[in-house]
Write a protein that binds this ligand. Sequence first.
Ligand SMILES: [Zn+2]
Length: 114
Amino acid sequence: MICPSCEYEYVDGIKICPDCKTELITVDAFEGNLVNPSDWVILCTCKTDYEAQMLKSNLEGAEIETLILDQKDRNFPTDGDLTVIKVLVRKSDAETAVEITNDISEQSKNLEED
Ligand SMILES: [Zn+2]
């Protein structure tokens, strides 16, 4: 279950978001609630918020609208490995977004080599 306004995911059994009192919906419904779900594709998945936010700011710098779907379960924190953060872009932007993503990973490779 997920809060449509905070975008945090909660365990089964919780029906109202503890933070904002909004009624929770299923993750499937949430993803289906995107303005035009068929317009959006998953660009990649990230393991950390930092990675996802960095990618988002790069993409938005190129005027590509970016959505982050955080699948983290805050009630039962696990050791990062199970966390999946999906980065979504519009289908029409996907090609450019992939190029930007590749550029970023090239750059970080170069940095590591230095
Ligand atoms: Zn909420």
